[in-house]
Design a protein around this ligand. Structure first.
Ligand SMILES: [Zn+2]
Length: 210
């Protein structure tokens, strides 16, 4: 049974909250991220609410946000306390972690040369269609049995994942999540088979800056 009092209290106090989440509010997300449900138990009553959501979050590398620059005055202890707000089990449930360095002046003034949002949107829509045609649901919602069925790896990709599991000391949960992300990366490129570049990219997203 999950105690969601942390997140409920946070939501009740959202009007006067600080800019950052308390650790217990963040920890309360662990169960709904995994199960897609919030279970609340109070005075002998137990209620379940649907809570399937996509978590998108951002944080600074240190409390002041200028880590690595002369103007950062954070002590190693402050940085450690700040990062410890996110527990290992919570990080384990986050599939894509990307470090975004501050752009320099030249980058800010240059025109963006990337693809348009419409092009990317069309690619994502095609990838979702592939998933629904293949398995009747998106990759994010595959069970462990379904992952075995729909995310087979070729020999080289399987060897790379095995190596990463040992070297990065990844959990069983991380293993299954990497398979689902690599399935999505293969779907985005129109590949039916998951191969080494797809697995390598999925592993890369999991490493973050920790
Ligand atoms: Zn700092």
């Amino acid at each position: 049974m999950t105690d969601c009092s942390g997140i409920l209290e946070y939501l009740q106090n959202i009007g006067n909250s600080q800019s950052e989440f308390e650790r217990r509010a963040l920890e309360a997300l662990r169960e709904p991220i995994e199960s897609g449900q919030i279970r609340i138990a109070r005075a002998g009553q137990r209620i379940e609410f649907p809570a399937r959501f996509q978590l998108v979050a951002a944080m600074n590398p240190c409390p002041c946000g200028y880590l690595g620059e002369a103007r950062c005055r954070c002590t190693p202890d402050q940085i450690m306390r700040y990062r410890n707000k996110l527990s290992g089990p919570l990080l384990d449930r986050i599939d894509l972690m990307i470090e975004v360095p501050a752009p320099d002046e030249a980058e800010l003034s240059a025109r963006a040369a990337g693809e348009s949002s419409a092009t990317v949107r069309a690619r994502v829509a095609r990838a979702r269609e592939r998933q629904l045609d293949r398995q009747g649901k998106t990759n994010a919602h595959l069970s462990v049995d379904e992952i075995d069925r729909h995310c087979p790896l070729d020999e080289a990709a399987a060897a790379l994942l095995k190596q990463a599991m040992a070297r990065l000391k990844l959990s069983a949960r991380a293993y299954h999540r990497i398979l689902k992300v690599s399935r999505s990366i293969a779907d985005l490129t129109g590949n039916t088979q998951i191969s080494t570049p797809h697995i390598a990219e999925a592993i890369h997203y999991r490493r973050g800056f920790w």
